[in-house]
Design a protein around this ligand. Sequence first.
Ligand code: EPU
Length: 346
Amino acid sequence: MPATQPVLIHDADLAPLNTFRLPARADSLLRLATAEQLHALIRAPGWGQQPRLVLGGGSNLILTGDFPGLVLKVEIVGRRLVVETEGDDGGAWIVEAGAGENWHDFVRWTLAQGWPGLENLSLIPGTVGAAPIQNIGAYGVEMMERFDSLDAVDLATGEMREFSLADCAFAYRDSVFKHQPGRWLVTHVRFRLPRRWQPVTHYADVAAELASRRIAEPGALDVSDAVIAIRRRKLPDPAEIGNAGSFFKNPVVDAAVWAQLAAQHPAMPHYAQPDGSIKLAAGWLIDQAGWKGRDLGPVGCYERQALVLVNRGGASGADVEHIAAAIRADVEARFGVRLEPEPVFV
Ligand code: EPU
């Protein structure tokens, strides 16, 4: 049984709690094992007065300095089948997990149960509760496509609220929660895993990996294994090298801007969006600007995927901001395209 009182730590070290391994301290840190532990806290005097930061796996976070407030580290666990639905679409397994569950372990657990749908999102660092904040996506699937609903606590009032798909306003690496930092603490997330399942293998990397394994009709576990192999080849393991995954979002430009870019740079990768806009590959732009494999101080642009910045050792938040600004300026000067960071800056 989890303790009824959450664990409170004063002057907490945040370096081990962010995957970029940036040095920072917080005035205090609470480790929350249940949603109920929050309610007493929110009623306590002094609650509304200090800044708050909700922390999951710390894998999409850039700490630019010490945090003068309370960090809420979400450690709510548990995973279960809520219900098996039927319907014209063939039905679905509705599966719930506590926000503190490790994302990848949860994905592999669903696959082991025979519930497909999350396999393309294998090996993404972080927690279940963080997945909806930036609507994680990879290899042709976004979390929102498998989302059912979530529970969150309003940290201003203590009120518990259920969010539907529409309530979350998901978009590419975006949600309503990203625009209200410190307001909501996600406690549980439910996913809708389709019984009538089709593998998503149109990404070139996935198709090539499956072909090299001589798998013509992949099951969900095959796709998961392929994605794991691709990610291990391309992306640094945060357990070995500090990083926060993709550091910039892939920029989206309108058709007129794209027409000019295409004329000047015929080889530029581009992906047409349903609304007629064009998504560009930030990794390619950064690579072409000569940054791939280059360091500026203790932060490097990763040699196998230019979209990822890595901590070569001893980096601070200021060092990260320094190289990020230099890369942005170079890409803008060369292509006229502005890059926006993907992680949350605190
Ligand atoms: N490219 C280069 N040089 C590089 C990196 C990429 O030329 O150094 C080119 C590639 O050859 C390819 C294109 O850029 O033509 C796109 O590269 P890739 O397929 O590796 O994907 P990405 O757009 O760089 C996005 C996500 C990743 C996700 C992959 C696979 C964003 C910001 N990133 O990367 O997500 O794993 O697609 O779906 O959307 C993350 O968000 O942390 C993340 C890793």
